[in-house]
Design a binder for this molecule. Sequence first.
Ligand code: PLP
Length: 489
Amino acid sequence: MPYVSHQEKDATKKPMYQQLYEAIKTEIENNRLVSGSKLLSIRQMAQEWQVSRNTVEAAYHQLLDEGYVKSKEKSGYYVEDLLADGWAKDVTLEVVKHSARLVNEPDDVVAPARYDFVYGKVDGNVFPLKQWRACMEEAMQFELDRTEAYGEYQGESLLREALVTYVYQARGIRCGVEQIFIGSGTQQLLSLLCQTVFRDKSVVAMEDPGYDQVRHVFHSHEMSVLPIQLDKDGIRLDQLMASKADIAYVTPSHQYPYGMVMSIVRRLQLIAWANETGAYLIEDDYDGEFRYGTKPIPALKALDNNERIIYFGTASKVLLPSLRISYMILPQSLVTQYQEIWKKYLQTAPRVIQYALALFLQKGEWTRHIRRMRNLYAKKHRILLQTLTKTMGEQIEIIGSEAGLHILIRIHTTYTEDELIQRARKQDCQVYSIKQYYQHGGQRKNSETSEYPVLLLGFGAIPIEEITPGIEALYKAWWGSESYTSEPS
Ligand SMILES: Cc1ncc(COP(=O)(O)O)c(C=O)c1O
């Protein structure tokens, strides 16, 4: 194929996949890449452009979506004949250009760094596409065969049935199908609770630092959110007891973002607090499936003996965040009390996706996928910790590394957090602040924090081979030396 050189990478802040997509598109439109010619393989193009395979895949998919190229199974991507039948002959390339512009992101989007320790994304390279496609096809057929339009307000019973088995086997939770409520995201389900169950409850205690997206929901329902500090076991009980809260939101399996796993003593104390005060505990079990070194521990909800715990689970970490499928498990008493009101709200998660996910669970693909992801993430986690220890040693502390898809590091330095992030960025490396997780912004000093800045490194999405060079780039950014074998300045 004619050469699409990485020299053509522009210095704008466009995402790299977009630069690649545009470079190839221009070649096609100017007839330098003629119809029928084969694009470089994803691997070759990634090497040529010095980008990840994900980036090339994203560019190729966009070209595919817009009809510039077609894919031939087991062969590769080929340039389409833009004026052949199937393409309206009077569709001018101007129109093509216009539609391409519509799907592009704005120019001021900052290009992702080469080494992006992003949190919230998963590793798409190992997504079980074939198995998911088969489930989607079956689900689509089922959907077309059905006559009623919207599906069950609580979510498809097939999915809820599959989840009943899964949460028992994986998280030790016993519940009935009627207690499960599917929705299109944790925020959406929580909003529904705020509009109904929590209407007469106004004070919510939240871990501080804690998950900001949940805090937004409480705030937008005009609830008063009380920040509760953490100690090594999780949310501090003395502060919680003094808070007079009606609700407490916690992340016991892997505190977000600090990462501690709540001790069994603290779990029992929390439940006792809820039983005594009549408060509700919201357990957000967003990444409980991924633990390193030890088996997943049962959920807090598994210990609920008095209907005080509302459990949240999600497909976002195990499978894909873009599916937008989350679920909550409610105490039976709430189901009985609020069912009639909830029936008035239509289900928000697409039925076809729910159905496909139910099949995915039924066929054992979900469990198989978790096993594979656990291995992959454990490998990434090991490389990340080993490289951090080898390069930065005593100069950092690693925090919350027993579970999940991110860690924190406390850096013993005189640089500020912003300076550390900027210096990393100059080495084409992105690490993240945890400021937004504190209710009052910025990092407060408590028993779990100190004066030194703390940054977040996600490892779910970063390609495994980029972890070590990424950490070396960080070392260079923060201690100014090419080699970590030399004494840092
Ligand atoms: C603490 C926490 N809870 C829940 C979620 C999942 O939210 P959702 O189910 O809306 O994808 C995430 C995702 O990153 C998270 O970090």
